[in-house]
Design a protein. Sequence first.
Length: 179
Amino acid sequence: MSVLKLYEYPEPILRQKCEKVSKVDDALRRFLDDMLETMYVDKGCGLAAPQVGCTKRIIVVDPNPSDEDLSARQPLHLINPEIIWHSDETVLFNEGCLSLPDQRAEVERFEKVRVHYTDYNGDEQEILANDLLAIILQHEIDHLDGILYIDHLSRLKRSRLLNKLDKYRNECKKTKSAQ
């Protein structure tokens, strides 16, 4: 497995609508493995293909991406995921994103979702998710449609978050140049 390049906001690929995957083969499984490795290395709990430069409808998630107890990990590989049902109830969750490093904001999401997808082996599956897994799935599926979690914020909150992101990046540049 290898770690893939992670694309950050405002890279244009993050705004593209992704295409369906037509077949599951060994090359796709290697890519899924690389995505999962990248997600774990970058300390995420979900990753969508556009975040690593691919415009296919692919996500990987793990609501428990523990570094200390690898047996606690619960990775899911979802190809062509689609939300086919959601609850009427919603929840607020303080979300972050690997493509907007070190930033978080409260986003309203459906409390429960049912997702249809193709798995790692090419089999059709459905999952009924609630709590953190439901939030992660909604966040990552949004990526496949070119939607970022900041798009769910008010204009003012989004502007503040993007200003904080600029400050964070400037600090990172200063730190690197000082080394």
